[in-house]
Design a binder for this molecule. Sequence first.
Ligand SMILES: Nc1ncnc2c1ncn2[C@@H]1O[C@H](COP(=O)(O)OP(=O)(O)OP(=O)(O)O)[C@@H](O)[C@H]1O
Length: 343
Amino acid sequence: MSAPAGDTRVAAVGPGPARAVPTGREVTDPLLSVRDLHVRFDEIHAVSGVTFEVARGEFFGIVGESGSGKSVTARAVIDLLPSHAQKRGQILFKGEDLLQARPKRLRAIRGSSIGFVFQDALAALDPVYTIGDQLVEALLAKRSMRRSAARRRAADLLDEVGIPDPRQRLDSYPHQLSGGMRQRAVIASALIADPELIIADEPTTALDVTIQRQVMELLQGIVESRGVAVVLITHDLAVVAETCDRVAVFYGGTIVEEATTTGLFAAPRHPYTAALLASLPRMGGTGEFRPIPGNPIRVATELACCPFAPRCANVVDLCRQRVPAEQTDGAHRFRCFRPEDPR
Ligand SMILES: Nc1ncnc2c1ncn2[C@@H]1O[C@H](COP(=O)(O)OP(=O)(O)OP(=O)(O)O)[C@@H](O)[C@H]1O
């Protein structure tokens, strides 16, 4: 990935630490390792046996349709699920299992090593305080520094995330900024603690396409300049294609395929991924989406078979009888009894 075109503020941060983005599925010394994660809300099995790893400095995408378990997985990592969520498995962050960590330790990790950015920037900011006050208070809570130095640092952060006239913008209230600028301010606040991982859950869904692209370029720039890893949750494959190094495709609360973004788009192995890619409008075509036949499932019980079986063109009896085990061809990891041919 190159530095974001046209965003000199980010590019000006300069080259950061070398990134070790894996080319296949192997991740040596992962920053985040989620192993066999299950999340239930009483009888609803929202997440069933999710396993993936994220390397330092990697831009990792999680894609899938509504209700497939993307947000619940992300919120499990940062311990932001409601208290009645029942979780099992492992969430290793730098080797430490966050599912076993005490609340105080989790708060400390969340406030320092892991930052997050959600869809609704307005909800993430306090409407009654200026952007500057919010950033300064957060900075002072993290480090002992003079208020004037915190204000300078806050302006630097706004500059880093591409907000013009950062010193003046410190005195703006959230409602005085555009949607894109507000999301940039939220990203600035996520950077306060120098996180090693940023989880961004649909950060651009509420924004128009041009602004969406700019915010994604900003996140890419941050990955490049700071060596931060980003886990991006999105339902938009075009965003994945443009930004992510690797991607996990969710369906029915589980990962049905994971590969490098290039590998996934070039030769999907899971029929759901193939159907998803085929549904995208083609250049020179009618410009229309071709929806995948059938209805998305609503997972209410533990998976007993392939969740995609009712909609799958390759389905065989076995798919309705058992959950396919995970397999790999070296470049893709997938769960399917009748995968697409490798190309
Ligand atoms: N607090 C909750 N209580 C009960 N069920 C929940 C709760 N949060 C999520 N779920 C259920 O868990 C499943 C997965 O939800 P999740 O939000 O992870 O989906 P998603 O893939 O992120 O979809 P979207 O793109 O719409 O956010 C859904 O069936 C959802 O209704």
